[in-house]
Design a protein around this ligand. Structure first.
Ligand code: ATP
Length: 503
């Protein structure tokens, strides 16, 4: 699985999806650039989200707020005081780690051990294997499970404080070693604030300190009344936004899963107090449906309901996707009560209450938030679409089975040879179709090689222009996933393809 992930990372680079930032200067940790194919895929993901959120809901509108905001906003939101991760160093490797992540990895190791025992037993007993009974009776599994549960309970307790000394004690008791130095020589755990700051204006006296936003949500909260009034919105209504966010993350080296500059797609849904749990449930279901509509298989998603909640939330869940390195959070759905809005009322001194025209009452709305990382979504799409296939002729092909709606290029038009008017005919097809969807032209190398190149970037359709085309206006249409070919008239291409690639 780790190997597959490495291959996906190098595929992303080799085919112009994702490059390390500032590569000729040896890169910048946890910062990445999207290449010519990556930007198309990323734009399509954003459009797929925007369409389903803003265009398909009468009561959701979008905004685009600035990255810089008044610094007091981050005081009000709690980010200045509490947007921290527990940090620990290994004295030998001089590497920094998140103490919570080290412990979570340890919990996952117990889970892996249990899964291994189960897989072994399943192989041994075949059809008659009863997993529930095995879990309840196998001594090794019971032991791993007990250790896991005890660790999990202790960890959850420590994170509530959070009791930093206890986190360190857990790392010591579990004999967690640094993966690089292999030693247990740890420093104390301390809090590390994840916000980046800079100075605004020309005076660097500290009073002009501003932050790069660590989430897009606050831009929505401080604008909600502007939007409600100017858009004459009635509760319940939502505001959506796509934009960059910045976090000085401690754990790097997870490719685009955890970046220091990333993009979020967030939607805040404003509801009447008392109805929030009903809407939380509704959004939970809707968001899972949105993910599953991509066709990656329901078994690759799961909810992770939070047992312990942040002080401002009264329900929270993550949608996790099965990445090559395990089930990981792609989206968070939170019922945030009226915490943010009432904090902004308190810190700004302005009333930002909603006036209900029916009951003639004013109140501070409650908020359900759906928050998804564009880059994590991108990674999940890449991981699921990357396939190495063994062909009948013994060759292997690497193909990105991207959902056609997300594919960077929808159609590649390939003249069989570079002469006798075939390139001109192919260009004519490109020119007619490129206004409808992303269409490219390729004449270099053999047809076989060109097909492979299109497979590798996930182009769902290729057409080949040959000598017959000049006679009867037909082309060979090749389907990426099945590699089947069909002779079709050029006039049919638009209707055949457009329907399958539209978002
Ligand atoms: P994690 O626990 O993985 O750090 P989080 O719970 O802090 O994530 P949220 O604050 O809920 O994340 O952010 C919402 C979404 O934004 C996440 O589900 C994820 O998709 C995305 N996201 C958060 N941090 C990063 C990051 N450093 N790089 C890429 N995407 C991120």
């Amino acid at each position: 699985q780790e190997d597959v992930f490495k291959k996906i990372v190098s595929h992303c680079k080799e085919y112009g999806f994702v490059f390390p930032s500032s590569e000729i200067y040896d890169g910048l940790a946890a910062v990445y650039d999207y290449g010519q194919n990556g930007v198309e895929l990323k734009n399509n993901i954003k459009q797929y989200w925007w369409k389903s959120m803003v265009l398909l809901h009468d009561n959701i509108v979008g905004i685009d707020s600035a990255i810089f905001m008044h610094p007091t906003i981050w005081k009000a939101s709690g980010h200045v005081d509490a947007f921290n991760d527990p940090l620990i160093d290994n004295r030998d490797s001089k590497k920094r780690y998140r103490a919570d992540v080290l412990i979570e990895d340890q919990i996952a190791k117990y889970d892996e051990k249990i899964e291994k025992e189960i897989a072994k037993a399943r192989k041994r007993f075949g059809e008659s294997f009863d997993e529930a009974q095995f879990r309840a009776t196998n001594a090794r599994v019971i032991e791993h499970q007990q250790k896991r549960d005890a660790l999990h309970a202790r960890y959850t307790e420590a994170m509530q404080g959070p009791d930093l000394a206890e986190l360190k004690q857990i790392i010591i008791d579990e004999e967690i070693v640094d993966p690089i130095s292999g030693t247990k020589n740890w420093t104390d755990v301390r809090q590390f604030n994840l916000m980046f700051s800079t100075e605004m204006g020309s005076v660097a006296d500290g009073s002009n300190k501003v932050y790069l936003r660590p989430e897009t949500a606050q831009g929505i909260f401080v604008n909600y009344l502007n939007v409600q009034k100017t858009g004459r919105m009635k509760i319940p209504f939502g505001i959506a936004q796509i934009g960059k966010a910045f976090r000085n993350e401690i754990v790097a080296r997870q490719f685009i899963f955890r970046m220091r500059e990333f993009e979020q797609m967030e939607m805040q849904f404003f509801v009447q107090p008392g109805t929030e749990l009903e809407y939380f449930q509704k959004w939970k279901e809707l968001r899972m449906k949105w993910h599953q509509a991509l066709g990656f298989g329901a078994e690759n998603y799961r909810f992770h309901d939070h047992e312990k909640l942040a002080h401002y939330a009264n329900a929270a869940t993550d949608i996790e996707f099965h990445m090559p390195f395990g089930f990981k959070e792609v989206e968070g759905i939170h019922s945030r009560t009226n915490f943010d809005l009432s904090q902004h009322e308190k810190f700004s001194g302005r009333s930002i209450k909603y006036f209900d025209p029916q009951t003639k009452e004013s109140y501070t709305p409650y908020v359900i938030e759906t928050s998804i990382g564009v880059d994590r979504m991108f990674l999940s799409v890449m991981c699921h679409s990357y396939k190495e296939e063994q062909l009948e002729n013994g060759e292997t092909r690497v193909v990105l089975m991207l959902p056609p709606a997300l594919a960077p290029t929808k159609l590649a038009v390939l003249p069989l040879v570079k002469k006798d008017g075939l390139p001109e005919k192919a260009r004519e097809i490109v020119n007619n179709l490129k206004f409808h969807f992303n269409t490219s032209y390729d004449e270099k190398d053999t047809i076989g090689k060109r097909y492979r190149r299109q497979d590798a970037v996930g182009t769902p359709f290729c057409v080949t222009v040959d000598y017959d085309t000049l006679q009867d206006n037909t082309v060979t249409l090749r389907f990426r996933d099945t590699m089947e070919q069909e002779r079709v008239s050029i006039d049919q291409l638009l209707s055949i393809i457009e329907d399958k690639v539209s978002i």
